[in-house]
Design a protein around this ligand. Structure first.
Ligand code: MSP
Length: 512
């Protein structure tokens, strides 16, 4: 059990085509999935689309399309994006699939049976854009429109018969759950937000809608469709074949290790979801991590604001690995981050082309010229060599521990420092002046290759394609990448011949 790792992205609304914010969540989740795999974990990585509810129904109506057909089209663009982003997901779930419907109906029946659901009437504010109910004190007026103070989305008044989930009853158990599982919500600042929201008092939650039909019907009352968030959240277990609990997937991977989400949907994941699960007597997930937003200027990137940076366009112009590297490095994880083409280009030129690409190219070209690509033998480390190599071993536990709390900034900074240090090592050691001293020459080249190997393994979760290209020098294939081996200094000694590589990143010509 402990060797299994289950990670999820939010499932995206196929109301419009994917944008950079969606790409960001997915790339980050892929980083963790790949990292855990090379660490030796058995990983299950899930993504998909959230296809029911009024938001989708209205978007389909606007296009004059039947909702399922509309979803089929847009969900496919999210599916295609998962390929373009080079995600290593094991499954792509759509909430319109039969397997999902069955799980949701089952969960509903359990909640009903346990007396956690009752029929009443909802009258209050609803945002179709957020698919969220808001109380009076969460509403303000802006330009004569009523909007949610939390998301800024417009709200409308809803009055209809509705089933309610007894959320109020779960206030104390939730607070107890948070205090017993102090790392359930990360980062810390978000956890405090959630706890004060729950301490402020929880009202029962409307969990069905009657005024439209696009959704999963309430099993006992077909006039109602199940609230889209109860439907959507269940994807995390329906993809594991819940309620078939003796199935390998559910048994091996639930509770999820990490739901990676944007901070905008924290309340649903950190309050409603564990409450539904506790009420159904299902163990809640181990961690919900709410990352920040990608901003365009000062605002969240979103369709309604019209400030979208198209990931496909960026990938077409620069490639997928530069985008992955840039998003993972540049947006300080947990916080909001501003992105721009200019910063992306600087990042490609300095980090990827200069620091990484050049290092690999210089070392391998030098070995080609002077050793005909034979693996340098008879090396003997001096103090400087050992010191440079040992940094990985010395920081190993810190690296693993920081990833365990999703602090990827530490990981990324470490890589940058090591790229700097490896380049400095090669420059300072001046192998081109040591051609007479073959032992020393061999040692310098051996150490340089070890550094390239270690750095490339560390870069694998960030830029998998490029890292695999470089690891080909040593004949290391994807299935053999082992993060634990960054601690080892003599892993290359049995290799006889090295393989040449082509240019990794082209520098971008800049006009300024
Ligand atoms: N369908 C719901 C999630 C259900 S999960 C059970 C939903 N979908 S969404 O398409 O609106 O967006 C989902 C996620 O996309 C956000 O939580 C966030 O992770 C990501 N992002 C969307 N816009 C974003 C930015 N501008 N920046 C970063 N991520 C953002 O909510």
């Amino acid at each position: 059990m402990d060797n299994n790792f289950y990670i999820t992205t939010p499932i995206y609304y196929p109301s419009a085509k994917p944008h950079m914010g969606h790409a960001y969540s997915s790339i980050l989740a892929d980083f963790f999935a790949r990292f855990k795999r090379i660490q030796g974990f058995k990983v299950y990585f899930l993504t998909g689309t959230d296809e029911h509810g009024q938001k989708i129904q209205r978007a389909a109506e606007k296009k004059g399309m039947e909702p399922k057909k509309f979803c089929d089209e847009i969900s496919k663009t999210f599916f295609d994006l998962s390929k373009t982003l080079n995600l290593s997901n094991n499954d792509f779930i759509r909430t319109t699939e039969e397997r999902h419907k069955k799980s949701v109906e089952h969960l509903w029946k359990i909640l009903e049976k346990k007396n956690e659901i009752y029929l009443s009437k909802y009258s209050g504010w609803y945002s179709v854009s957020d698919e969220a109910f808001y109380s009076e004190d969460e509403i303000e007026i802006k330009d004569t429109k009523k909007i949610s103070k939390i998301s800024g989305s417009q709200v409308e008044w809803v009055e209809e018969e509705s089933f309610f989930f007894k959320l109020s009853k779960w206030q104390e158990p939730l607070l107890k759950f948070y205090s017993e599982n102090p790392n359930f919500i990360l980062p810390e600042s978000r956890k405090n937000e959630v706890i004060s929201f729950v301490k402020g008092g929880l009202k029962d939650l409307s969990v069905s809608r009657k005024s439209f039909s696009w959704g999963i019907k309430v099993p006992s009352n077909k006039d109602h469709v199940i609230y889209v968030w109860l439907d959507a959240l269940t994807n995390y277990i329906s993809a594991l074949n819940y309620p078939i609990t003796d199935d390998n997937l559910y048994k091996s991977f639930w509770p999820a290790s990490l739901h990676l989400i944007g901070k905008d949907i924290l309340r649903f994941h950190a309050v409603y979801w564990p409450a539904f699960l506790l009420a159904a007597n299902i163990t809640p997930p181990k961690r919900v991590y709410g990352h920040g937003w990608i901003l365009s200027g000062e605002e969240k990137m979103s369709k309604s604001k019209g400030n979208i940076l198209d990931p496909l366009e960026i990938i077409q112009n620069y490639g997928i690995d530069p985008l992955r590297y840039y998003l993972i490095k540049e947006v300080s994880f947990g916080n909001d981050g501003n992105i721009s083409k200019d910063k992306l280009e600087n990042c490609i030129n300095s980090d990827l082309a200069n620091n990484y690409g050049n290092l690999c190219q210089r070392v391998i070209s030098f070995i080609e010229k002077n050793l005909s690509l034979e693996m340098p033998k008879n090396y003997k480390f001096n103090n400087e060599d050992t010191k440079t190599l040992k940094v990985y071993e010395n920081n190993f536990n810190n690296l693993v521990n920081s990833i365990d709390i999703q602090n990827i900034n530490f990981y990324v900074n470490f890589i940058q420092d090591q790229l700097f240090s490896a380049n400095k090592y090669f420059n300072d050691q001046e192998p081109w002046k040591k051609k007479e001293d073959t032992d020393r020459l061999n040692t310098i080249l051996y150490v340089s290759l070890e550094l390239i190997r270690k750095i490339s393994i560390m870069l694998y979760p960030i830029i998998p394609d490029t890292s695999l290209k470089v690891l080909k020098i040593f004949n290391i294939e994807e299935k053999n990448i082992d993060f634990n081996s960054i601690k080892v200094h003599e892993s290359l000694k049995n290799i006889k011949k090295l393989t040449k590589i082509s240019i990794l990143f082209k520098k971008i010509e800049k006009n300024d």
